[in-house]
Design a protein around this ligand. Structure first.
Ligand SMILES: [Zn+2]
Length: 363
């Protein structure tokens, strides 16, 4: 699968699943369409169901059998040949290359499925409520949370889950994410990715996550971020973004998120970068220094200069002037605007989401 296929993989320009029943407590609408859940030859059937039918006419028993097998032995789920869900996903990957078929699917702009039932411990899915109920009563991840704890505060825990170790969990998480993010490619080749998943410290349900490509040549600290709809507006996005920078600090890197950002991601990041820059201006003596450069700010904030530029533009604090004689463009940081931004957004009191004392990055 080449880069271009990956980026387009599973994207639809309409919502083909109307709602998601997320665990037993939450039901919400999808934001974007995703063809990956479905059988390649039918918009009416989930991929794994189709696959089960080929092997066994008793779809229900087979589904349950697969879940129990996976639940009993996590290692088995990384074996493609014995895992129908994974096999059908790989078949779908091949199919995604067929642009003619994709057009046909896009033409059927109606809901392919009314409700997708998703386990909110592990993201396995079904079109049948009873199957979800049964699965959730035996879900492997209900009592055994995956990965290693990297942040442990009284309120929230962040766990690092490696794609190559918990392959099916990460793949199911990726497909689920496609229902809520439009422009990011979510890869099925999850081996090179780490997933930092946030839980309530006394809970066992994932609230949101970000992924990180640990082989990325650009050394980005974040590939994709999503807080699941029921848990938004709690500051969890800021918690995860701040945590991603803590990892970069720990690794001694000046880093940032993978580009392009989604429209929501761009706003979230501009807000985060702006606050961080404002706090630095409040704390540091370059407050009154007219010669402050992007590099100065980068040294203090550990943000990339290109990201600082975006944030300063977002706050209206960057003034450019073009020198026509030598064709050079210079910039000036308008400190006055920055100070009024601090006032407008009430940033005098610094809010910290990640407390260093709870970081467990070195284990
Ligand atoms: Zn589950």
């Amino acid at each position: 699968m080449n880069e271009k296929d990956n980026k387009l993989y599973g994207l639809l320009d309409f919502n083909n699943i109307r709602t998601v029943q997320f665990g037993l407590n939450y039901n919400f609408q999808t934001w974007y369409g995703c063809s990956v859940y479905f059988n390649e030859n039918s918009t009416q059937q989930l991929g794994y169901t189709y696959y089960n039918e080929i092997y066994d006419s008793n779809v229900h028993d087979k589904f349950i059998k697969e879940i129990v097998e996976c639940d009993n032995d996590e290692n088995k789920v990384s074996d493609n040949s014995s895992n129908p869900t994974k096999k059908i996903q790989q078949d779908n990957i091949k199919t995604s290359k067929n642009s003619e078929q994709k057009t046909t699917l896009n033409e059927k702009k109606q809901h392919w499925l009314d409700t997708l039932y998703v386990c909110d411990y592990c993201f396995k899915y079904t079109a049948n409520r009873n199957e979800l109920l049964h699965h959730m009563s035996v879900c492997y991840y209900k009592d055994r949370l995956p990965g290693k704890i990297k942040y442990l505060s009284p309120e929230y825990t962040i766990r690092r889950i490696r794609g190559f170790k918990h392959t099916l969990f990460c793949q199911c998480l990726c497909i689920f994410t496609k229902l809520f993010l439009d422009n990011k490619s979510m890869f099925f080749m999850v081996d090179n990715y780490e997933f930092f998943v946030v839980y309530e410290t006394d809970g066992n349900r994932p609230l949101g996550f970000f992924s990180k490509d640990f082989l990325s040549p650009e050394k980005n600290n974040l590939a994709c971020i999503l807080i699941f709809p029921p848990y938004q507006r709690r500051g969890l996005g800021s918690l995860l973004i701040e945590f991603s920078y803590k990892i970069s600090d720990y690794e001694g890197l000046i880093s940032g998120p993978e580009k392009p950002l989604s429209p929501f991601g761009l706003i979230a990041y501009c807000k985060y970068w702006s606050k961080r820059i404002c706090y630095e201006f409040i704390d540091n003596d370059f407050q009154e220094n007219a010669t402050t450069t992007l590099e100065d700010i980068s040294r203090h904030t550990r943000l990339k200069t290109e990201d600082i530029t975006l944030a300063l533009e977002y706050m209206g604090c960057l003034r450019y002037s073009d020198d026509e004689q030598n064709g050079k463009r210079t910039y000036e940081i308008v400190t006055k605007n920055l100070m009024s931004s601090i006032k407008t957004h009430n940033l005098k009191h610094k809010r910290v989401y990640v407390l260093d004392e709870y970081l467990l990055l070195d284990i």
